[in-house]
Design a protein around this ligand. Structure first.
Ligand code: HEM
Length: 134
């Protein structure tokens, strides 16, 4: 897959199809995390209840994709790395997060070209979140 010329959308948020699509993506992401044995290490760093994480990732991604700033309106600057420090995140957890998100993007119909771009952006952000050696 090749990255094409700039698409006719002002923001990735518009391109993905707005809040309803972001919501569907986040729901699928956490459902997969719960269901798929391949994401067990990722699931294990989360608490038993994922509802807080679902709500907050949805709010965050809306703003991160260039849509409404629901997260920062409520919590201020995301300080994502600092907020992840309580959770041990290494290469395994990072890679499971990225794979889980990529599967969720595929299953919720994120357009291929957008999916490729987001995969790269998620890698940058996810890699920055690592806070242990392996
Ligand atoms: C690299 C692997 C990652 C792991 C293992 C991980 C794990 C976690 C965990 C355990 C929580 C706490 C959930 C809770 O409160 O119940 C969390 C929260 C959160 N994560 Fe991640 N995460 C990762 C990457 C990412 C990435 C790449 C993003 C954004 C693109 C992200 C965005 C968030 C947000 C917005 C929250 C809520 C923060 C808050 O307000 O407390 N995470 N994550």
């Amino acid at each position: 897959m090749q990255i094409q010329d700039k698409p006719p959308f002002d923001t990735p948020f518009e391109w993905i199809g707005g809040e309803a699509r972001v919501y569907a993506l986040v729901e699928r992401f956490y459902d997969l995390m719960d269901l798929e044995p391949g994401y067990a290490a990722l699931r294990a760093v989360h608490g038993s209840d994922l509802s807080n994480a679902r709500q907050r990732l949805f709010w965050f991604l809306c703003g991160w994709l260039g849509g409404p700033q629901h997260y920062t309106e409520r919590f201020g600057h995301p300080m994502l790395r600092a907020r992840h420090l309580p959770f041990p995140i290494g290469i395994l957890e990072r890679d499971q997060w990225l794979a889980c998100m990529d599967q969720a993007m595929g299953e919720t119909g994120v357009p291929d070209d957008l999916r490729l771009r987001l995969r790269q952006s998620f890698f940058q952000t996810g890699d920055w979140m690592r806070n242990k050696g392996v």
